[in-house]
Design a protein around this ligand. Sequence first.
Ligand SMILES: [Zn+2]
Length: 443
Amino acid sequence: MRTPRLSATTGLVLLTAAATTLTTGPLRAQTARTPRSAAQAKPTALESGVDRLAASPAVVAAMQAIQKDNAWTLDQQASLCEIPAPPFKETQRAAAYAQRLRQLGVQNVRTDSEGNVIGEIRGNRPGPTLLLAGHLDTVFPEGTDVSVKREGTKLIGPGIGDDCRGLAVVLVVAKQIITQKIPFNGRLLVSGNVGEEGPGNLRGVRALFNKTLKDSIDLFISVDGTGIGITNGGVGSNRYRVHYKGPGGHSYGAFGMPNPIHAMGRAIAKIADLEATTKPKVTFNVGIVTGGTSVNSIPFEAAMDIDLRSESAAALAEIDARLQKTLRDALAEEKARWPNSKAALQLVIDTIGIRPAGTTPDSTFIVRAALASARSMNLYAPLTTSSTDANVPMNLGIPAVTLDGGGVGRGAHSLDESYDDRSDGYKGPQWVLLVTLSLLTQR
Ligand SMILES: [Zn+2]
């Protein structure tokens, strides 16, 4: 998911309910940079090439069909969303997605051992392999009412924007490339992948790049989020559950031994004082603390959840090293406070999530093609930094972006999530189609 978002039409930051309800997923779009103004300069060779592509008969026909067939896209989005896909339980939605890809004429549709659905559309000549994906999983547990309500142009239901919109966009792009027989070079792989959200920790895309499709992907686009925007900076995160443990005892009778909560308090005070740079942006957070059983017991355990983030892998590794030292120092200080105590005090660090950081520089072909396609369609597409499936290829040095799927989304990760198609939601899939074809024709 992606939030808060920059509105494509107003440029205002839209704070959605997700900002407060988000417990497992990353908070996205920490920065937004303005792309080169289209009006300022004469078109580059790439921009002219994309304009010519957009004016070619097959692409014009596909663009018109996407607009005319908009109800089909919305039906796909709503009906996929009514198939539950809790974290690690995406099988049912995956099967439906595979079925729909086959019906569209996508070839070699299969499901890998992780649960990702993958299909293939072959181009006319040799060229790069582009993987275009939306994620199947939601943040909602089993038993959630996933029925979708319609109010005018608005669809309301858990996951309707994040990422049923992306799944529908991938379908309609594949449909039009096949139906209009649009020529291109190389291979277009399309995927509904598992495990994007917090608990899944990008497991689906990790499996695609490290196993299923290892060394065979040249370019990656994830369609995730609403509006029109390009995510080309991937915020990495390291998340830990840290425990301090001891024997515990009576607060009066056993006094004089290390106290796990005191040790954790020392650690938190040190974490609060960590230095963090703003360029690159580095963040740290103790988000949950637990421990203790009663006011008159020395606790046997204290625990806290910590989240570290940066778009720079080096900066993330650096603050991680300082955090680990801080945790050990707090342990040593609490032990040293009671030198005569024989009671043990232990530090246990569980990793609860690692998301790799990475960046696809503004100057790369994939970013320029996405901007040139927006320019060609007269759309404003800001460049943003957040945490998405594209983090994985970015970290591997493979050109990757996450594109928004059009429309206006609200309340991602909440039960009253909505997607409003308004009058021009179809421009999302039109744009994704043009970016996809640019990448497979313009070099
Ligand atoms: Zn998402």
